[in-house]
Ligand binder design. Structure first.
Ligand code: NDP
Length: 452
């Protein structure tokens, strides 16, 4: 009989923690898991899932408009925020219950409490209980970061945006990353007046430059008022909203202000410093390839480690940890060539190197097509799709794929398999086109637009 209450205690019931706990339990471990808020974590409760449902909601007016262009007698008559919110809340309740059900069925004991580490083998819960465990996994995710400035207490973050009681008439969104650009599209599609400030020269830093430009142009053409090289100086509550003064001299009153200026590892107040767990400057828990910290009994997965902050990555890290420690099969999560999508409108899908990264590594060929897809052309849209392949001139391997257009997220999942397998440009070319589709362009681009 073990000297510990549990073989594994997981702190955090999000994507990484839940997967790790379930798999460890399936390997026969006695697992406890503490979650202080709602089971499911950021992804399910206030991230990917509600965001994607809002993306869908915001896309319908455009589709109805297109339906009319195709001959339907169709019109949009306003969005019922209250009705949507009620359905959204019910769906999140359903998903949370499913998460709890899965944990119960796999034998994980859940504790609805905040847990703090007391020593390398002990946690203390906010409900007064303490437990010892052979291993402790910290999977506490991240939290939104808002910079300090006069009036910063007036803003909301992605934590609050899903809880708005009313649809704002106007919104200022600050930031140029995933969350800022996705919500700019969502609110714009729902009919809110959207202004976006980004401090840099182009949104979506880190993505392929051409893809960034393409998304930014399309967002503006759809109605987002985007100000680049622009930041907030101060804001104040006034009678009809929030008065904002910007670094470009602009002064305007907005109904709501959403800050999407990055996220930080959620590692404060967990007792980590006290027991000597090594952390980085941003508060990220330092781990090795097996998600082990400098204290052998303590592991960490997901956003709290600030490696690649995406749900599927946290899930893989949690799974690999459980297989390694409890399944007898040491395994690292593979962080190479991770496909991902930004659910902007239009969507951006990406895998591998950007043109800018690739040309620093050796000679490349760039294949790129920008065209108006058939369905949209018929409906009278000007918006173009972008398809781009970065190819190594020596090995012929496809180093990167960047797609902007409807369903780019779906397409990049499949392109990601090919790139992960090491497909060459010639492998793409000998794959027969599927006609008529947008994606056929991926296998029919014959001549590089440039070499570098
Ligand atoms: P990002 O790191 O993507 O973007 C943060 C943005 O805020 C950047 O544009 C940054 O500018 C700007 N910024 C940072 N500090 C300041 C400041 N002091 N003043 C003004 N602007 C500032 O973070 P997000 O919050 O958008 O998303 C967090 C993470 O969540 C992402 O990195 C991603 O991993 C994940 N996520 C993934 C999604 C998906 O897969 N579709 C969707 C949503 C989130 P600069 O570029 O100049 O640094």
């Amino acid at each position: 009989m073990s000297q510990f209450d549990y073989d594994l205690f997981v702190i955090g019931g999000g994507s990484g923690g839940v997967r790790a706990g379930r798999i460890a339990a399936e390997h026969g471990a006695r697992v406890g898991l503490a979650e202080e808020y709602r089971m499911g974590g950021t992804c399910v409760i206030r991230g990917c899932v509600p965001k994607k449902l809002m993306v869908y909601a915001s896309g319908y007016p455009g589709q109805v408009h297109d339906a009319a262009a195709y001959g339907w007698d169709a019109e949009v008559h306003g969005f019922n925020w209250t009705k949507f919110r009620a359905k959204l809340d019910a769906e999140l309740d359903r998903l949370e219950a499913a998460y709890r059900g899965n944990l119960d069925r796999s034998g994980v004991v859940t504790h609805n409490a905040r847990a703090v580490l007391k020593d390398p083998h002990m946690v203390e819960l906010s409900d007064g209980q303490s437990f010892t465990a052979a291993h402790i996994l910290v999977a506490t995710g991240g939290r939104p970061f808002v910079p300090d400035f006069p009036g910063s207490d007036l803003v909301m973050t992605s934590n609050e945006v899903f809880k708005l009681d009313q649809q704002p008439e106007s919104i200022l969104i600050v930031g140029g990353g995933y969350i800022a650009c996705e919500f700019a599209g969502i609110f714009n599609g729902l009919g809110t007046e959207v202004t976006q400030f980004y401090r840099g020269a182009q949104v979506l830093r880190g993505f392929d430059d051409e893809a960034r430009g393409h998304v930014a142009d399309a967002m503006q053409a759809r109605g987002v008022e985007l100000h680049l090289g622009c930041n907030v100086m101060e804001m104040r509550q006034v009678e009809d909203g929030i008065w904002v003064k910007a670094s470009n001299g602009m002064e305007q009153v907005f109904d709501k202000v959403l800050y999407a200026t990055g996220r930080k590892p959620n590692s404060a107040g967990l007792g980590l410093e006290e027991i000597g767990v090594e952390m980085g400057r941003n508060g990220e828990i330092k781990v090795d390839d097996y998600s082990q910290t400098n204290i052998p009994s303590i592991f960490a997965v997901g956003d709290v480690t600030d490696r690649v902050n995406l749900t599927p990555v946290a899930i893989r890290e949690g799974h690999a940890f459980a297989d390694t420690v409890f399944g007898g099969t040491p395994r690292k999560a593979d962080h190479d060539l991770i496909p991902s999508a930004v659910f902007t409108q239009p969507e951006l899908g990406t895998v591998g190197l950007t043109e800018e990264q690739a040309r620093d590594e050796g000679p490349i060929e760039v294949y790129c097509a920008s065209f108006r897809p058939m369905q949209a052309l018929f409906a009278g849209h000007e918006e173009r799709v972008l398809m781009k392949l970065i190819v190594c001139a020596d090995t012929r391997k496809v180093l990167g794929v960047h797609l902007v257009g409807d369903h780019a997220g779906e397409l990049i999942q499949l392109a990601g398999i090919a790139v992960k397998m090491g497909a060459t440009k010639e492998d793409f070319d000998r794959t027969m086109a599927v006609h008529p589709t947008m994606a056929e362009e991926l296998v029919t681009m014959k001549t590089p637009v440039r070499t570098a």
